[in-house]
Design a protein around this ligand. Structure first.
Ligand code: ATP
Length: 135
């Protein structure tokens, strides 16, 4: 099976550095697939789910947005944060979701509303991905 190198790097650490068969990235303009020998490309990613396949089995990673750089049979993702379903602390995500929702309900129209919207999206996506791990 043809493969390519997938690297997911955050400011703290390298979360993934493996040979994979496919990857589906949460692009800003929609999901897109990456296959071996993909054409060079750079794209922005949104808060979402990265799905990649090793030995025919899909693995899932939470990605907090970032960029992907594809070239020379290598797909490098730079993200602010990235976690596997197992690494997600559900209580923390639930607390973040509640905090963001309370801020949004105040509707005082300040700049924190936009930040709260992003925090809410991250928390909801973390909770969603954490719940996929039972499969
Ligand atoms: P919080 O409001 O709970 O701090 P956040 O969305 O502001 O969450 P990030 O800025 O995305 O957090 O991430 C900061 C660091 O904390 C990263 O290393 C990230 O992987 C980690 N992190 C954040 N939330 C969780 C979580 N629910 N489970 C595991 N790790 C988390």
């Amino acid at each position: 099976m043809a493969t390519f190198q997938l690297q997911v790097v955050t400011p703290d650490k390298t979360v993934v550095n493996e040979e994979v068969e496919t990857a589906i990235c949460p692009g800003l303009m929609g999901e897109f697939g990456v296959m071996p020998n993909h054409a060079p490309m750079i794209a922005a990613l949104k808060i979402g789910k990265l799905v990649y396949r090793i030995d025919g089995k899909d693995r899932i990673l939470f990605i907090s947005g970032g960029f992907v750089d594809i070239r020379k049979n290598k797909c490098a993702i730079l993200a602010e944060s990235a976690e596997t379903a197992e690494q997600i602390d559900q209580d923390r995500a639930e607390a973040a979701r509640k905090r963001a929702q309370e801020r949004l309900e105040k509707q005082n129209g300040d700049i924190d509303q936009a930040r709260a919207q992003i925090a809410l999206q991250k928390a909801m996506m973390r909770l969603h991905i954490a719940n996929l791990r039972v499969n």
